[in-house]
Design a protein around this ligand. Sequence first.
Ligand code: PSU
Ligand code: MN
Length: 319
Amino acid sequence: MTIAQMQTNQTPFVTSATVTAALAANRPVVALESTIITHGMPWPENLNTARSVEDAVRSHGAEPATIAVMDGTLHIGLEPEAMEALAANDEKANAPAVMKLSRADLPYAMAMGRTGSTTVAATMIAAAAAGIDVFATGGIGGVHRGAEESFDVSADLQELARSPVTVVCAGAKAILDLPKTLEVLETLGVPVVGYQTDELPAFWSRESGLAAPLRADTPGDIATFHSTRQSLGLSGGILIANPLPADAALPRDTIESWIEGAMAAAIADDVKGKAVTPYLLAKINDLSAGRSLAANQVLIIENAKLAAQIAVALKGQGA
Ligand code: PSU
Ligand code: MN
């Protein structure tokens, strides 16, 4: 065997002890992203939330697998020390920047020995490589407002059409152009399913004014839909839009004024590319005096619970 063959035969990732055991026993596993930890929330709420999300998956019968690249190694399941190091990175003076990884740069970070957090797109790639069917996030990336000028369309949308993972979110983030995001998902053939709702939720709000193209009312129905797509050999995943609980939701009008303020600041500061989403989330958190962050924490935990229930249902159906 040549060295090149040996390298291609190696799995390109390492799994944590608990994830290794769960996968070996064919127990349910839920993938979790890490960009929300490094670029989506401030310290120390980011670490507390990441831990609570893992606990929510465990208490609903599945094993959490938070995914990130640490010094070039793709980890599926982060040990507690690694998660803390990732979350605390911004706090350390002179620490090299943690990269925000999507399809384009996930293998770059691995090749160059860098540390990076995985977005929805990169987490889907890693989950599919490890045989994990279900993934929980807060809100996916999508078509940005003003995309007709900026061409800013998240690589998350294309990934949903490629990697066979069911992604549970609270809708697309309301900082996006939601009608255009739905149109692109339709073009790409990505099923968008409202969970127990006919309306697409808008991340911090339960309402968007837009119909959810499909609806499912139980984790079992979602698991059956997932298996049916796989039996047809269709590429890509399913997007589940799970509205956050009413008592944590922010009214659409209230959040809209913060979004507009944050977008004006982004234009004034000339923020572009990958920096746009993290910038807007941080600004909205400031303008809302922490209310947007509180809602974000609740919704990601709720999504983790639902993802665990779907993963459990899939294994119950023999997946
Ligand atoms: N959900 C959250 N907070 C986040 C994100 C999702 O509650 O920070 C991240 C995800 O990793 C998603 C990314 O993939 O934002 C989208 O970034 P972009 O718009 O640059 O593609
Ligand atoms: Mn973008």
